[in-house]
Design a protein around this ligand. Structure first.
Ligand code: CTP
Length: 460
């Protein structure tokens, strides 16, 4: 995607990663964006403001009020004009200090003041030492930002300036740019082309945009989301089991995307590589379908949204042997019994306003769409994500996926006709696909009106 014509305001704060903002500004410019930068006072300890000025060919304001050498007559209102000017505001890197100020509405410098004045989405890229990131105060601030509709990109793991390995690095530039593109695509969908914002009074579209991004009721922000992922293992004896090759990657991507959208995420996972496991608000492991069912009965009813990505075995050995069964010389047979259909149980016990999202794994392209819709209906789901096995880009274990999202007819307010409700197709890395799915679910399900008053009832 090109960023042609997009107006991006880049906020830079005083951390060791501030030097990386130079490259970020250049990359955004090379993709056609118009960029401006604002910096906090301590940035000049890390990079020269002159460098930033040279790159952006603009002033790089630090304070709200007049600074020495400031040639702009209306500099004291510049935080308002610049906040209105931007299609997207990105703070990279963002220190713990600036994040705390934003979370609490401070406006003590140009960066924080323009955050309050902005009329566009804000993407914050926290960067700090691992201990600072893990501190409950920082995590509280992250949660506050997310509940205000601010997008927070999780810092990356790796070698930190303090010499320790931990979570706190500025994510790779490509990851930041991908997030910028995604958010701008949202703005474009809602508000026409980027660059169309003006300094005059806000249009109703831009007011909608502000409402969407700043504290508007959202399907995910502040909600309890339960995600299941990975395979189940149904033991024949202590060393043999029935299972499937699910790596759990798609469910993990969904959990990350829900977290990125501001949800509190509980992850229930089957036996998967522990190095794949992200840090979530709560995590529980299961081995068999029965164990997952027990966990689901405990956590399912408390969730606002359940995303059932686990590859649950449909059958288990009717009897589990203890120890290791000795091999036999003649033919063996195994009697199977059905496992509980956990998602169907959830559908039966769905509480008011709860959203259930399932996955359908199909191998016959001819009948896949019909089968997915039938599963969605039978299990009383709000949406289902169709995965086709052996499509080259989708399936077990690999990092990419190609899916179709079906939203239940009755879950889309005001639709009379199935023809008006076609599936949405998404492809890319599993994380990309998950981010797109969460975005689309925000749009399709947030305006669901089970109570027919036009309000989302899942805003509990
Ligand atoms: N699922 C479940 N419990 C099961 C089987 C499936 O909760 N015992 C869930 C899956 O996690 C998925 C959805 O139901 O979200 C559909 O799973 P899928 O395997 O595609 O379909 P099944 O219902 O198992 O039907 P079939 O195997 O015949 O296609």
């Amino acid at each position: 995607m090109t960023l042609q014509g997009a107006r991006i305001l880049v906020g830079i704060t005083g951390g060791i990663a501030a030097y990386k903002s130079i490259s970020l500004l250049r990359t955004l410019q090379k993709q056609g964006a118009e960029v401006r930068a604002v910096a906090t006072p301590s940035v000049s300890s890390f990079v020269g403001l002159e460098t930033l000025r040279a790159i952006t060919r603009e002033e790089v304001p630090v304070e709200v009020f007049h600074q020495d050498g400031d040639e702009v007559a209306d500099s004291w209102t510049r935080h308002i004009h610049w906040g209105e000017w931007a299609d997207l505001y990105v703070i990279a890197p963002c220190t713990a200090q600036t994040m705390a100020k934003i979370a609490h509405g401070f406006s003590d410098n140009m960066l924080t003041a323009s955050v309050l004045a902005r009329r566009c989405p804000l993407l914050v890229c926290p960067t700090m030492d691992g201990e600072m990131w893990d501190h409950p105060a920082t995590q509280r601030n992250v949660a506050l930002l997310r509940s205000d509709g601010i997008h927070v990109l999780e810092p990356a793991d790796g070698y930190l300036a303090s010499g320790i390995i931990g979570q706190g690095r500025l994510p790779e530039e490509s990851e930041i740019v991908a997030e910028v593109e995604r958010l701008l695509a949202d703005v474009e969908r809602e508000d026409g082309a980027p660059g169309s914002a003006t300094n005059s009074a806000p249009s109703s579209a831009s007011i909608d945009k502000v409402k969407r991004f700043v504290g508007a009721p959202s399907l995910f922000a502040g909600k309890q989301v339960l995600v299941t992922t990975g395979p189940t293992r149904e033991h024949i004896d202590d060393v043999r089991y029935i299972s499937n090759p699910s790596s759990g990657k798609m469910g993990i991507a969904m959990a990350l995307a829900a977290k990125q959208a501001g949800a509190h995420v509980t992850l229930l996972h089957g036996p998967i590589e522990s190095s794949h496991l992200p840090v979530m608000d709560a995590t529980h492991s299961f081995e068999s379908a029965d164990e997952l069912f027990t966990l689901m009965k405990e956590h399912g009813p408390k969730a606002d949204i359940v995303i059932m990505a686990a590859a649950v075995s449909d059958a288990k050995p009717a009897e589990r042997h203890h120890g290791k069964v000795k091999k036999a010389d003649q033919e063996w047979s195994l009697t199977l019994a059905p496992t509980p259909d956990i998602l169907a149980w959830l559908g039966e016990h769905k509480s008011d306003g709860q959203r259930l999202i399932g996955f359908a794994m199909e191998s016959d392209a001819e009948t896949a769409q019909e089968a997915a819709r039938t599963k969605m209906e039978a299990k009383k789901l709000d949406a289902i994500i169709l995965n086709l096995l052996r499509d080259g880009e989708s399936g077990f274990g690999i990092n990419t996926n190609k899916v179709e999202l079906f939203v239940a007819q009755e879950s889309v307010a005001g639709l009379q006709d199935q023809a008006e409700n076609p599936p949405f197709a998404f492809a890319g890395t599993k994380l990309d696909v998950a981010l797109q799915l969460v975005d689309q679910l925000e749009v399709s399900l947030a305006r669901v009106s089970p109570s027919s008053d036009g309000e989302s009832t899942n805003d509990r």
